[in-house]
Design a protein. Structure first.
Ligand SMILES: [Zn+2]
Length: 832
């Protein structure tokens, strides 16, 4: 056995050592939670485990000051407390081989308790359990938890296990929970506070749902639907995996301004409240996101919670399966066409957003210490990995793939496994060379750029060849299966292609009539930058399937970014022209996003002035022409995003101030809030807008959110300066979702003259944000900060920061390069 040494965080060495010597771990934990958020939480822990070796001292992880540890007893003997490098260290002389018991009285650390005035929730992924209580904080030391909470009498709570009994004593109560299933530390969780509770069922399980939403127009339609979506997802997963739901209970909580969309704690799933509670004004996209996040978290019960990665190197595996299974269960509900379209617009746009940059990371990344585990998360694991998995499934065939995954789940049930474990099993089910395939798709970043050659004679195709080369880096080949469409006026023909080499011929095309143009990647499963030549750009209306059009739109945008085929102004005009005729809501969403991005990031301010009236008019005309309510609403949002004229302002101001939307557009309170921010951002002459909007908001959590964002939207530069300054303190960054929203306004293109000066400090803060914030925060911080700049000055600040810090954490550097990519591309595409 290798000496694990003592260093901060949880090193791979320490984890390997502990995995070799520890088993049968049980935590009995009690927390005494006061009603006042500022009063400390007294806690007690009785930890038992079986130990195989006494060679090195035992380290418990506790990332807190030593003074929080009040007393420690080992096997009945009180010992002196040794706390070093974030570890409570127990000398071997106090331990024995076989069963041991450690008792600790302590004050709970608050780094991951998310305490609010009248509620709190734990969020321990990936290594934050150790900020609250001493533990073996690594995913492959699964344990049982027996939890007891002492709470103010009126509070409600939820834990991993079912409630065993409760006892009220004066204004306090004690809740004792049944021992949990065997789970990893990052999945241990509880929530407590002032919540409403409803009970329903998911599968055969009586299920509780806690929430703080107060708007009955959201609660009524949402609650039933939220139970039903969980129930559908559970049934789909049980059926697909062949394994019944593997835990003792089901339950979920909606948390205001939650850091993520959801988190898959066993028996106690947490969601962002606004993702679950939708009212009649919600768009298809919002409903899709809701069913997606519910299916995603439910899929985690098998993928991640039941079979868990050994180490966070493979955190992407649980995410890819959760997303992949969520997509599949959606397919079962919506049908194949909608599934294909959703898969394309959800995953490819976001995967390309990272993979096209100089900071692109592979799906599988190395990790030496869990303290850096948060940097593994991003759109590659959430969005490129499902694309890769779908290619893998297609390569193996659906049935073989499912059989292989079932074998993997059964083999590693209630324990841990790695990606090589799965690939080894899948390899048995296919003659294909998975190891080689794995190398380029999983272990390397990047995407190919595709070119083609079409030869014709007598108006027939005589030869069609397709080639790929990497966008960056050394020569390599992405073996992949995809479709091309030969588009003719009034008809089309689709051909499947296996591009398993640098260049392949397409014999099926030979002898066919020469098409008006070739639509590459028509079915949207191929990965790369696909050719969009002039014939296609001019005749895009010939493409009649929404899926095929989505693929064309994405290719056009990606080609624009690499400087091939089309310039930003022309791409903008092409997308604008489609707005009135595009009937598929998801496509309208896609192109209106592209319009917003090109307008703000890829047109110089002078060019923006030139097109702004055309754009306003075109969006408004499209809004009037389109008949579907959700499409109208998307177009209204686009209008609100890009408007600049006085007429547009008066129109929007009138709508906001009278709370009367245009015919056919239903606006919710959140929509009026966004509209108020949008008007204020343009220094509206009515300076009372924000205060009046605040008065209209009745839900206390939403009021807090609004009050937090207000100074970031203020017309006063001094107020905005003070707001930015306040973010230096962690306590002001606690509501990460709100910080992200505020930064978006703070750095909006209309405000950049004043906010450019925040960039150096924002970059300096990044490493502290990574250590103190939750997993998505570094990315969100950078995206909201750098995402909308286009000037050389801004690009120079980023370059200077990277030059001045040559030894910067490489994973954080990659995040900077990812989020500054549009900024650097704007420099190249439109000059300065
Ligand atoms: Zn997930």
């Amino acid at each position: 056995m290798v000496d694990p040494g003592i260093e901060s965080g949880v090193s791979r060495k320490l984890a390997t050592y502990r995995k070799a010597v520890l088993s049968d771990i049980n935590y009995r934990l009690s927390f005494n939670i006061p009603s006042q958020k500022t009063t400390a939480i007294d806690a007690k822990e009785i930890l038992s485990f079986s130990l195989r070796s006494l060679k090195y001292p035992l380290q418990l992880d506790f990332r807190e000051t030593a003074s929080k540890l009040k007393s420690v007893s080992v096997n009945g003997l009180k010992i002196a407390i040794t706390h070093d490098q974030e570890h409570l260290i127990i000398a071997s002389k106090y331990l024995k081989t076989g069963t041991n018991q450690v008792e600790i009285d302590f004050t709970a650390g608050e780094g991951a308790l998310n305490r609010n005035a009248d509620y709190l929730y734990t969020l321990f992924v990936p290594d934050r359990a150790r900020t609250v209580f001493p533990c073996f904080d690594q995913p492959d030391l699964k344990a049982n938890y027996t939890l007891s909470l002492s709470l103010p009498k009126d509070w409600k709570a939820m834990a991993n296990g079912a409630l065993q009994d409760s006892l009220v004593n004066g204004d306090r109560k004690i809740l004792n929970y049944k021992t949990s299933d065997t789970i990893s530390t990052y999945l241990f969780a509880f929530v407590a506070g002032n919540f409403s509770k409803v009970t329903g069922s998911v599968g055969p399980y009586a299920t509780e749902f806690l929430f703080r939403e107060t708007d009955t127009s959201k609660i009524k339609p949402s609650v039933t639907e939220v139970f039903k979506l969980h129930d559908d997802a559970l049934k789909y997963l049980e059926n697909w995996t062949g394994i019944p739901y593997p835990f003792q209970k089901f339950g979920f909580v909606a948390i205001p301004d939650f850091q993520f969309g959801g988190m898959e704690h066993v028996g106690n799933i947490q969601y962002k409240s606004s993702a679950l509670f939708l009212d009649g004004g919600a768009t298809k996209d919002q409903f899709n996101s809701r069913s997606n996040v519910i299916s995603h978290e439910t899929a985690h019960m098998w993928f991640g919670d039941m079979v868990t990665m050994n180490w966070f190197t493979d955190v992407w595996m649980k995410e890819v399966f959760a997303n992949f299974m969520a997509d599949k269960s959606t397919e079962a509900l919506t049908g194949k066409d909608m599934f294909d379209l959703k898969f394309l617009v959800d995953h490819f746009t976001l995967a390309y957003g990272v993979d096209r940059t100089a900071g692109a990371n592979p799906i599988r990344q190395e990790l030496d210490n869990l303290k850096d585990a948060g940097t593994m998360y991003g759109n590659i694991i959430y969005h490129k990995a499902p694309i890769m998995m779908r290619q893998l499934e297609r390569l193996m065939g659906k049935e073989k793939f499912q059989e292989g995954v079932r074998e993997y789940l059964n083999k590693f049930r209630n324990s841990n496994a790695s990606w090589p474990d799965l690939i080894k099993i899948l390899d048995e089910y296919t003659p294909e060379e998975l190891q080689k395939w794995n190398k380029v798709w999983v272990n390397e970043p990047g995407r190919p750029i595709i070119t083609y050659k079409l030869e014709t004679s007598n108006n027939k195709i005589s030869k069609l060849s397709i080639s790929q080369k990497p966008e960056y880096g050394k020569s390599r080949v992405w073996p992949q299966l995809f479709e091309i469409g030969l588009i003719y006026p009034g008809s089309s023909k689709e051909i499947s292609v296996n591009l398993n080499n640098a260049s392949v011929d397409v014999p099926q095309a030979v002898g066919l009539d020469v098409p008006s143009f070739v639509l590459f990647n028509s079915s949207g499963q191929g990965y790369g930058v696909w050719p969009t030549d002039q014939a296609m750009l001019k005749q895009i209306r010939l493409i009649d399937k929404p899926l095929n059009r989505a693929s064309a739109y994405i290719s056009i945008y990606e080609n624009m970014l690499i400087g091939r085929s089309i310039a930003p102004e022309d791409a903008l005009q092409l997308f604008v022209n489609e707005l009135s005729t595009e009937r598929e809501e998801l496509n309208v969403k896609l192109i209106s996003n592209y319009i917003g991005t090109i307008y703000w990031e890829f047109l110089k301010p002078a060019a923006r002035v030139k097109v702004s009236l055309m754009l306003e008019d075109a969006v408004w005309i499209a809004l009037e022409k389109q008949s579907a309510l959700n499409i109208k609403k998307l177009l209204f949002k686009t209008y609100q995003d890009i408007f600049s004229s006085k007429e547009a302002r008066d129109k929007l101001y009138q709508i906001w101030s009278s709370s009367m939307a245009v015919a056919g557009v239903k606006l919710t309170e959140d929509d009026y809030t966004a509209l108020a921010f949008s008007l204020a951002l343009r220094d509206d002459k009515d300076a009372t807008i924000l205060n009046r909007q605040l008065e209209r908001i009745s839900n206390p959590d939403r009021r807090k959110r609004f009050e937090f964002i207000m100074p970031a939207v203020s017309s006063s530069l001094a107020t905005r300066d003070a707001f930015f300054e306040s973010l230096s303190l962690k306590v002001n960054r606690e509501k990460e979702a709100n910080v992200g929203a505020a930064l978006y306004y703070l750095h909006h293109p209309l405000r950049q003259a004043g906010s450019l000066k925040y960039l150096p400090k924002s970059l300096e803060l990044l490493s502290e944000i990574q250590t103190t914030g939750d997993i998505f925060f570094p990315q969100n911080w950078l995206q909201a900060t750098l995402g909308n700049y286009q000037s050389k000055e801004a690009a120079d600040i980023v370059r200077k920061f990277l030059n001045d810090n040559p030894n910067y954490n490489p994973k954080l550097k990659a995040k900077i390069l990812q989020t500054a990519d549009n900024l650097f591309k704007a420099e190249q595409l439109i000059g300065q």
